[in-house]
Design a protein around this ligand. Structure first.
Ligand SMILES: CCCCC/C=C\C/C=C\C=C\CC(=O)SCCNC(=O)CCNC(=O)[C@H](O)C(C)(C)COP(=O)(O)OP(=O)(O)OC[C@H]1O[C@@H](n2cnc3c(N)ncnc32)[C@H](O)[C@@H]1OP(=O)(O)O
Length: 302
């Protein structure tokens, strides 16, 4: 089985070069995230980046409507945005948020895991691994401003950040709910959750596929702060000040010290993890469970 299509190769094949903000904001000079004037937003079709180089950070807005599901193209664009900011010395931090009202992310794109061939599953999983590794180990400070419901792979993305602010809306539940779909959170999803909330809470949350509403997410430590909905971004910005005041090299090395052992577990068995995923997701029973779940999502509308 052809396992590897590197994310960079993938990038070349899927993406147009950096484009100025498509859609409504195209060609406009928008106020930068921190309020600076004259700094252009940039991005790709599904990721809008509002840079504030003077303040040293950028707001990265996910906009893959309707639910910010993490398709292969979207994962690739998120990675490119991250890489671009990481390679620019003006940026020390990112605030990750959503441009889709009421939804942070519905997690991995079920259409990428349903009815496709093993080569596609392998390519997709490699991109999911890459996204986690790059966000989890980024030398930038990454704060998520969670302004909507946030399931499974979307929750993993938020858990990979250094700090999480969640909007106080009881509809905005968040968690690793894989078991509700009849699937299993991979070990590195599990490790990331354990590192955040501790073993006992993770054990219960993972088995039951719990999605925590804001007050509970705060109580178990899945998020660091819950604020009124209209203050999520400003709270993330305020928090950033504390992180940016720390000498960068000391903070980065400490982050690496804390996170590298977890990332190394995946790095050591990356191909085996892809093969496990492909074998697992290709099983008839799993495909059936995913189809049933997708059908339920569609039926709830009728
Ligand atoms: C032993 C070895 C083990 C190895 C590892 C093995 C396996 C690991 C495998 C996979 C891990 C996966 C992790 C995941 O992330 S799975 C995804 C989990 N996500 C969810 O459960 C969320 C599902 N979505 C929802 O609950 C709702 O959509 C949501 C609350 C987010 C929003 O509700 P709303 O009412 O606003 O919108 P909907 O009408 O439900 O949705 C609109 C539209 O979008 C489609 N859709 C929703 N979620 C997804 C998704 N994750 N992927 C693809 N498409 C999605 C939905 O079907 C609607 O489509 P349509 O009807 O408009 O066509």
């Amino acid at each position: 089985m052809a396992l590897a299509v590197g994310i960079r190769g993938l990038t070349r094949s899927l993406l147009r070069p950096w484009v100025r903000v498509p859609g409504p904001a195209r060609g406009r000079t928008e106020p930068a995230a921190g309020g600076g004037d004259g700094v252009r937003c940039f991005g790709s079709p599904r990721v809008l980046v509002e840079p504030d180089p003077a303040a040293g950070f950028a707001v990265m807005k996910m906009r893959n409507p309707p639910v910010n599901s993490l398709s292969l193209e979207f994962l690739t664009e998120l990675l490119i945005s991250l890489e671009k900011l990481e390679s620019d010395k003006a940026f020390h931090a990112i605030i990750l948020t959503s441009d889709c009202p009421g939804i942070f992310s519905a997690g991995l794109d079920l259409m990428e895991m349903c009815g496709r061939d093993p080569t596609h599953y392998a390519e997709y999983w490699k991109a999911v691994q890459e996204l986690w590794l790059r966000f989890y180990l980024s030398h930038l400070v990454v704060i998520s401003a969670i302004n909507g419901v946030n399931a499974a792979g979307g929750c993993l993305l938020a858990l990979s950040c250094d700090y999480r602010v969640l909007a106080d809306n009881p509809k905005y539940a968040m968690g690793l709910n894989e078991t509700l779909l009849g699937i299993i959170a991979p070990f590195w999803f599990k490790d990331t959750l354990v590192n955040t909330v501790g073993h006992r809470t993770a054990e219960r949350a993972l088995q039951l596929g719990l999605l925590f509403p804001p007050a509970e997410a705060l109580q178990v430590g899945m998020v660091d702060k819950v604020v009124p909905e209209d203050q999520v971004l400003s709270a993330a910005r305020s928090e950033l000040a504390q992180w940016l005041a720390i000498p960068g090299h000391a903070r980065q090395l400490t982050k690496s010290l804390m996170r590298k052992p977890t990332a190394d577990r995946l790095l050591k068995e990356r191909d085996a993890d892809i093969q496990n995923f492909v074998r697992f997701i290709s099983r008839d029973a799993i495909q059936k469970a995913l189809r049933v779940y997708l059908e339920k999502l569609k039926q709830k509308k009728t």
